[in-house]
Design a protein around this ligand. Structure first.
Ligand SMILES: Nc1nc2c(ncn2[C@@H]2O[C@H](COP(=O)(O)OP(=O)(O)OP(=O)(O)O)[C@@H](O)[C@H]2O)c(=O)[nH]1
Ligand SMILES: [Mg+2]
Ligand SMILES: [Zn+2]
Length: 294
């Protein structure tokens, strides 16, 4: 029988929704031998399938993957949209910097999205945008509530395979609803007591966009373990530090307390933001501790 190719939108209980031509979604089960190989099929995977009914099929093979993002696992993502709220919940810069390292280390293009600008004075997103645009990142200031910045986000998603990432309650699902009103994703309130989101989105789902491209809505998280990064190479994934590293007296400088460290000097004179350097130091410690545990 003739087979076709499609992209997995989501999987629940061993059934995978595969996007087929003409906006059709085919419900597929994996062929028995794929199950025996213990292959986990992810949202974003490109698969080969055959039809066994009108809208039903069998997945015959999973095509080689480009990237895999952990937490939540999504395959073949080209672009990571890091969503932070300007307030409710407060920005978590360490988590953002960690996600930037994750994206850099996997060659996924990161975009920073500062949501809920309607809740704070302009200088708050402005300051954050200056810091991160200064590193070289694209920053979009937006509000799912007022619609500010939504066109920018649409342009940024157009034609690409992107995933949203960030803590619970920052407005990932709300932004997607604003971008594509037909989606009607469920959103949840931020707890007034803890100031945190309530994990409204439970599952990764890849959503086809009417203007072209796909975007994954993901459940929020606040913990992330970096893996497979050598601490001596951590500064590679901080472009602001890496650009200045050649000024350090020692090639092996870790930019902690070493004499003649160009990075520390740049932090002192304000060329590198101290919050970025602080995130670097925290991640360096985390990586060292993870290594000595084994
Ligand atoms: N004022 C304001 N509130 C917003 C904005 N965007 C989202 N919210 C509110 O923030 C709360 C959380 O939004 P969600 O879209 O559910 O957040 P999420 O990031 O998808 O959260 P999880 O699915 O739990 O990861 C909801 O009450 C939204 O109405 C915004 O731009 N401004
Ligand atoms: Mg959500
Ligand atoms: Zn140094």
């Amino acid at each position: 029988m003739e087979s076709e190719f499609g992209i997995v939108l989501r999987g629940v209980g061993g059934i995978y929704n595969v996007q087929a031509a003409g906006d059709r979604v085919i419900r597929c089960r994996p062929r028995g031998r794929l199950k025996q190989q213990d292959l986990i099929i992810l949202a974003g995977d490109r698969v080969e399938y055959t039809f066994i009914g009108q809208d039903e099929g069998v997945i015959e093979a999973v095509l080689p993957r480009g990237t895999i993002l952990p937490r939540p696992a999504v395959a073949n993502i080209e672009q990571l949209i890091l969503v932070t709220a300007c307030a409710e919940p407060e920005p978590q810069l360490l988590l953002m910097d960690k996600l930037l390292v994750l994206a850099e280390s996997r060659q996924i293009h990161p975009v920073i999205c500062l949501n809920k600008v309607d809740l704070v004075p302009d200088w708050i997103p402005e300051d954050l945008a200056t810091t991160y645009a200064g590193v070289g990142y694209k920053v979009i200031k937006c509000s799912a509530k007022t619609g500010v910045g939504i066109d920018d986000l649409r342009r940024c998603l157009d034609g690409k395979l992107s995933s949203f990432a960030g803590p619970s309650g920052v407005g990932k699902s709300s932004l997607l609803n604003a971008i594509e009103p037909g989606l009607r994703l469920v959103t949840g309130a931020v707890s007034p007591k803890t100031g945190r989101g309530r994990q409204t989105t439970r599952q990764v789902e890849l959503l086809p966009l009417s203007f072209g491209g796909y975007v994954a809505d993901t459940p929020g998280f606040s913990q992330l373990q970096l893996e497979g990064i050598d601490e001596l190479e951590l500064d590679r994934y901080f472009p602001d530090l890496y650009n200045i590293k050649s000024k350090c007296r020692f090639a092996s400088c870790l930019h902690r307390l070493e004499p003649g460290c160009g990075v520390l000097e740049a932090v002192q004179n304000g060329t590198i933001s101290s919050s970025r350097h602080n995130s670097y130091l925290v991640l360096l410690d985390e990586l060292e501790q993870a290594r000595t545990r084994y």
